[in-house]
Write a protein that binds this ligand. Structure first.
Ligand code: PEP
Length: 255
């Protein structure tokens, strides 16, 4: 078996769950457990309203903080939006291009690209989500879709800017459905389409250094099978990140 080339990472996407009180309670459960798993980078992505409280709780810990979205403009008359600078005051990471944003909020590949560029300019590390729908998968278009999402999503980025990226391969049909991809299948998509595409327009070296996570119905009982794949560097976890025990077990599986 080959050697793992990148530090494993497990990120929890809490989506639109958890009030400030609920977020605080969850972090208090997670903190002592995650602190002991030093070989894995843990990232928590609470809703915007809980970022500040979670930031304070994890300040002295090894846990990292991420947001779930941002707007690309720096400031102005954009009621209800949150700027990259506002996010960067609190968080290090930001999820961009999640399939729920693409499906419900009009985040096209061009919008995703603007957000990625704005996030990097503000000093944030984007977690760029890509993945095909069931229909795209069944019509054999996975490669085409994922390559487009990568090439447009990362358009105009310098090689230097790409070094801070993280990618999450999240087949849409696997998100929140309980039907995860096969670990071998996900690894192959990452290798054939994600890493190759990055190598093509950046470099082999950058493609090899970017962590690529798998997301889609990762649970404690299937996590290890994904992490055993050499090109899967961890997981972006939705549902199972809302339960401390499940998230800790998944993180332990990555250690
Ligand atoms: C997600 O929202 O990114 C996700 C992967 O969700 P779930 O783990 O619930 O499938």
């Amino acid at each position: 078996m080959g050697e793992r080339k990148r530090i494993p990472c497990v990120a929890g996407n809490w989506k639109m769950h958890n009030t400030v009180a609920e977020s605080t309670a969850l972090v208090k459960e997670l903190l002592p457990e995650l602190e002991g798993i030093s070989s894995v980078k843990s990232i928590l992505c609470p809703p915007f309203t809980a970022l500040n409280s979670v930031a304070k709780l994890i300040r002295e810990s090894t846990i990292h903080l991420g947001a779930q979205n941002l707007y690309w403009e720096g400031q102005g008359a954009f009621t209800g939006e949150i700027s990259p600078q506002m996010v960067a005051e609190l968080a290090e990471y930001v999820i961009i291009g999640h399939s729920e944003r693409r499906a419900y909020f009009g985040d096209t590949d061009d919008v995703v690209n603007k957000k990625v560029q704005a996030a990097i300019s503000a000093g944030l590390q984007p977690i760029l989500c890509v993945g095909e729908t069931l229909e795209e998968n069944e019509s054999g278009r996975t490669g085409e879709v994922v390559k487009r999402q990568i090439s447009v999503g990362l358009m105009d980025l310098s090689k230097e800017q790409m070094r801070g990226l993280m990618i999450a391969y999240e087949p849409v049909w696997a998100i929140g459905t309980g039907k995860a991809a096969t670990p071998e299948g996900a690894n192959q998509v990452i290798l054939d389409f994600i890493r190759k595409e990055i190598a093509h327009f950046a470099s082999e070296e950058i493609s090899e250094m970017i962590p690529v996570l798998y997301g889609g119905s990762v649970k404690p009982d299937n996590a290890k099978d994904f992490f055993d794949q050499l090109d899967i560097d961890g997981a972006l976890v939705g549902g199972a990140s809302l339960k401390a025990e499940a998230f800790v077990q998944i993180t332990k599986a990555a250690a």
